[in-house]
Design a protein around this ligand. Structure first.
Ligand code: MN
Length: 239
């Protein structure tokens, strides 16, 4: 490079960039600050147990991918969808109430984040058995028996076409079994059965395919062995 040209290059570039972008830089730092504040709004929760805790019913690799990849992606994409919009700072429950009027990315990823956060909590190592106390009485009152409830719920999970969830919902003070497509849930204004979900089962293929392949009914049958009925009862008490 010639000396003259070299000096021109060294001096010209900084001058141009300094004079040309003071407002741009201010805007940039404002945006950075806002992003830093809001990107932490929704966070991937830790699992309340190890990835292998639900073996042999739900395998370690499925749990690890499901939590660290799938759920994590819902959280990341939810933050992207909400950041810089009027939804910033709103709770998921608030958004679900008018979800039919919000962007699909908020519905899919907000639902994904909420549903999975519930799903991890209502399972545990050495779970299963049956509910006790008030919840047990409410199940018998609504469905006739615990076995009948399991049959209805398993059927809702098995017959949900494509990807979705089965739910036990408190709707108008009563227990109801329902299912929703995709990442919808009973808190959303689009749900057929609206209410508070206290138990949910993920029947997306990513939830079971590594271990069960196309045998969704086997996954459902085995899943009853890891249900955390204390957690479900606690959610029922709070409705
Ligand atoms: Mn899932």
């Amino acid at each position: 490079m010639e000396r003259r040209k070299f000096l021109f290059t060294l001096s010209a570039i900084p001058i141009v960039s300094t004079f040309g972008s003071i407002t741009d830089k201010f805007q940039y730092f404002t945006n950075q600050k806002r992003n830093n504040n809001t990107m932490a709004k929704f966070e991937l929760p830790q699992l309340p147990y190890a990835y292998d805790a639900l073996e042999p019913y739900i395998d370690k690799m499925t749990m690890e991918i499901h939590h660290s990849k799938h759920h994590n992606a819902y959280v990341t994409n939810l933050n992207k969808a909400v950041d810089g919009t009027e939804l910033e700072g709103k709770s998921l429950e608030e958004m679900f109430g008018t979800i039919s009027k919000l962007p699909a990315a908020v519905r899919n990823n907000g639902g994904g984040h909420f549903n999975h956060s519930l799903f991890w909590q209502i399972m545990k190592k050495d779970g299963g058995s049956a509910p006790t106390g008030k919840l047990s009485e409410a199940v018998i009152s609504a469905f006739g028996s615990f076995e009948k409830f399991k049959e209805l719920f398993s059927n809702a999970a098995a017959t949900r076409f494509g990807s979705g969830w089965a739910w036990l919902v408190v709707a108008d003070g009563k227990l109801v079994v329902s299912s929703t497509p995709n990442q919808d849930n009973p808190l959303m204004d689009v749900a057929d059965v609206k209410g508070t979900p206290i138990l949910g089962l993920d029947v997306w293929e990513h939830a079971y395919y590594l271990k069960y392949q196309n045998k969704r009914p086997d996954y459902i049958q085995n899943w009853w062995n890891v249900v955390n009925w204390d957690e479900v009862a606690s959610r029922f008490d709070k409705v």
